[in-house]
Design a protein. Structure first.
Length: 360
């Protein structure tokens, strides 16, 4: 007995008959749409369900046209389903004067029932909504079965999803549904990050909104590895690595994808030593680096290197010394030497800072 009473109550409140008559059998409701989104009636002109193939596909007969007035019966409750576009969010309903109108929002399960070899759809209040809050879940399941049995003469159904249906007021109103475009999250301040080999681990994304899930990948694990979810990056070599950052769409943000170029230059050369030898030559030695493509060397009379006496290029990363043959004038005037490593990567050349020393 209790079950039957609750079924009648649920049907009356959510899916069937108005309890308030307001002195008329119909009311005029005009809809306007501001932004990127659509509105649908939960019931079509012949009181058929708005759903056709799945809970994300709606019958065009149920689509609400912006700027059009609809004459709706107060006997049968026809609610509104709000469908923002992928990159939009629903702000609410507003009156012609711009005030926000609070309509009753009810969460409904979308039921799919097989009838005569085809599928039909209907709505039923989700568990915990309205009168269903006062009963147990098993009893709620029996209520749904009896509801489906009464409509389609079968108790078998499946729940294909859930959506919110807004209940329309029993009076003439002019409503505007406002949709606002979601912002694209800003993951990084600049598309380029510059680092030096030997630097500590760092986060490619320093500040991420709490409701976003991050997916990261590096184009070269030999140069840079990156944690797939936290964006914590570790330098493994020199060169240019491209880090791809992706976030899915949420209720607040659009989906996004950004690429960051990380330049990892060679570290300054260590162990530099130079001495003059016979034959206008200078022997230069240093600690070789496996993270360079080669080295560039310059000689100068002074520590500021505002005058260059001679230049040399060593195109071998494993080199750790070179005997530099100078002209007589350059040999007499040069007092200092400096060296830097370089790395060729992605069509660009990255240089370390110069290291210099006095020639003995």
């Amino acid at each position: 007995m209790l079950c039957s009473i609750l079924i009648v109550a649920l049907i009356t409140v959510f899916a069937g008959f108005d309890t308030v008559w307001a002195g008329a059998l119909s009311r005029e409701i005009k809809f306007n749409v501001n932004g990127n989104g659509n509105l649908y009636f939960n019931l079509g002109p012949k009181l058929e369900s708005c759903h056709i193939d799945s809970h994300k596909e709606f019958s065009e007969a149920c689509k609400i046209t912006s700027g059009r007035s609809y004459s709706l019966s107060t006997v049968v409750e026809r609610g509104v389903i709000v469908c923002p576009d992928k990159n939009s969010t629903f702000e609410g309903f507003f009156s012609s004067g711009g005030q926000k109108v609070k309509l009753k929002a009810v969460k409904m399960d979308i039921l799919r029932v097989k009838v005569g070899g085809t599928y039909v759809y209907t709505h039923f209040p989700s568990y915990g909504e309205g009168p269903a809050t006062a009963i147990t879940k098993p009893l709620y399941g029996e209520m749904v079965k009896k509801y489906v049995k009464g409509l389609y003469n079968t108790s078998r159904y499946s729940v294909k999803g859930q959506e919110t249906i807004y209940t329309l007021p029993n009076k003439n109103v002019n409503l505007t549904a406002r949709f606002k475009e979601k912002p694209v999250p800003v993951l990084v301040e600049a598309p380029v990050i510059k680092k030096t080999f030997g630097d500590k681990d760092f986060f490619v994304v320093s500040l991420l909104p709490s409701d976003l899930t991050l997916k990261c990948s590096s184009s070269s694990s030999k140069i840079l590895t990156v944690n797939k979810t936290s964006s914590l990056a570790s330098i493994k070599g020199t060169g240019i690595a491209k880090v791809t950052l992706k976030t899915p769409a949420t209720d607040i943000y659009q989906s996004s994808q950004e690429r960051v170029k990380v330049y990892v230059t060679p570290a300054p050369i260590t162990g530099l030593f130079a001495s003059k030898t016979k034959g206008n030559s200078v022997t230069v030695s240093w600690d070789s680096s496996g993270f360079c493509s080669g080295y560039e060397m310059e000689f100068s009379p002074n520590r500021n290197f505002n005058k260059i006496s001679a230049k040399f290029k060593i195109g071998k990363s494993s080199a750790d010394s070179k005997i530099c043959k100078l002209t007589a004038d350059a040999f007499r005037s040069c007092n200092f030497v400096r060296i830097r490593g370089y790395k060729k990567s992605c069509g660009e050349t990255l240089y370390s800072q110069y290291s210099n020393c006095k020639i003995h």
